[in-house]
Design a protein around this ligand. Structure first.
Ligand code: NAD
Ligand code: IPM
Ligand code: MN
Length: 355
């Protein structure tokens, strides 16, 4: 039986991961594959318990597991620690790097019934269906960082190797082939040397994919175009920090960041987590939207376990519950039926049982 390591982490991470586990158990009930769930500590929760954001036991369990489901890490309580010890750098970035999870897939798709939940005009967002493929183990996040004194200064090095660029861009082309054949590579090649290397390699790889319509866009324009005319995009491939920023922006094309799942992959090995953070402002109130985490569970079934049918069953159950007018507060408008985190999880389970 495959092992899934569940790492709830901090803030709403503790509230949303149980809902995803519940849904995974429900969709696999009576089917040929079942999953064994194990639990571990990461982030602030791990600092509080054992003094380290990524305990050795968690890393060992993650290396041994077939897949990982993560909630979110971080919060005000740990913000005063030295940067490298904090939940974000010492926990999340460390586990991504240790497992070489270089490919971060973040799909944004507008559900027909959420068109007016977006802050953008319905005609702009109604057909949005795009994927951001974010490089996850290189760039500014992992280059050398430091301080200098006299005069005081600080630096973060943005470095990419040819191999790091090649493997993520290849994957971008492969995804574009499976979708509508459009790939937009987002960079800042008018300024950054690392982006010029990125572009050179992308143009070279494009020769192997004559059927893919490749475009290049500067990241500042891409941010504007995403809001202006999001339907021009199918697959976006980009470096680590550009992808971080653009996916929070793109989340509003689908109505809420609480709906955007993610898969961080190295082949079949994957860590699945919502694209949002630990949301300290709403933690502990049973109001967080668990759907991004539940949908991350669907991505786990698809990418780590080849259970496409079961993945789609979860995605359809989410659509069905939204179509019935149920919403967590982040998506609710007057007249909607508002559910809490747990109640939304239960509604998805009930929809699975019904269908
Ligand atoms: P955030 O994503 O946690 O929250 C941003 C805003 O979105 C908040 O108003 C929050 O209430 C709302 N929000 C986020 N997820 C939601 C959900 N599921 N349902 C309803 N509303 C939701 O970003 P932030 O406030 O910038 O960061 C808070 C903490 O989370 C920080 O410590 C940050 O470093 C960390 N963080 C962690 C991850 C991760 O673990 N992958 C990602 C982003 C931020
Ligand atoms: C994300 C988060 C992380 C990132 C932070 C918490 C390190 O914002 O997963 O999008 O920037 O990768
Ligand atoms: Mn982010």
């Amino acid at each position: 039986m495959p092992n899934v390591l569940v790492l709830p982490g901090d803030g709403i991470g503790k509230e949303i991961t149980p809902e995803a586990v519940k849904v995974l158990e429900a969709v696999l009930k009576g089917r040929s594959t079942s999953l064994n769930f194990e639990y571990g500590l990461i982030g602030g929760a791990a600092i509080d318990e054992v003094g380290k954001a990524l305990p050795d036991a968690t890393l060992a369990a993650a290396q041994a597991a077939d897949a990982i489901l993560l909630g979110a890490v971080g919060g005000p309580k740990w913000e005063t620690l030295p940067a490298q010890e904090r939940p974000e750098l010492g926990g999340l970035l460390k586990i991504r790097k240790a497992l070489s999870l270089y490919a971060n897939i973040r799909p944004v798709k507008m559900s027909p019934m959420l068109v007016d939940a977006s802050t953008l005009r319905p005609e702009v967002v109604k057909d949005v269906d795009l994927v951001v493929l974010r490089e996850l183990t290189g760039g500014l996040y992992f280059g050398e960082k430091g301080r200098k004194t006299n005069p005081t200064s600080a630096y973060d090095i943005l470095i990419y190797t040819e191999e790091e660029i090649r493997r993520i861009v290849e994957l971008g082309f492969q995804m574009a082939v499976k979708r509508t054949g459009r790939l937009c590579s987002v960079d800042k090649a008018n300024v950054l040397e690392s982006s010029r290397l990125w572009r050179e390699i992308t143009v070279e790889i494009a020769k192997d994919y004559p059927g893919v319509d490749l475009t290049h866009m500067y990241v500042d324009n891409a941010a504007m175009q995403l809001v202006l005319r999001p339907n021009q995009f199918d697959v976006i491939v980009t470096e680590n920090m550009f992808g971080d920023i653009l996916t929070d922006l793109a989340s509003m094309l689908g109505g809420s960041i609480g709906l955007v799942p993610s898969a961080s992959l190295n082949g079949k090995k994957g860590l699945y987590e919502p694209s949002h953070g630990s949301a300290p402002d709403i933690a502990g109130k049973n109001i967080a939207n668990p759907l991004a985490t539940i949908l991350s569970g669907a991505l786990m079934l698809r990418y780590s376990f080849d259970l496409e049918e079961e993945a789609q069953m979860i995605e359809q159950a989410v659509e069905a519950v939204l179509a019935e007018g149920y919403r967590t507060p982040d998506l609710a408008k007057p007249g909607d039926k508002v559910l809490g985190t747990r109640e939304m999880g239960n509604a998805i389970v009930e929809a699975l049982v019904r269908n």
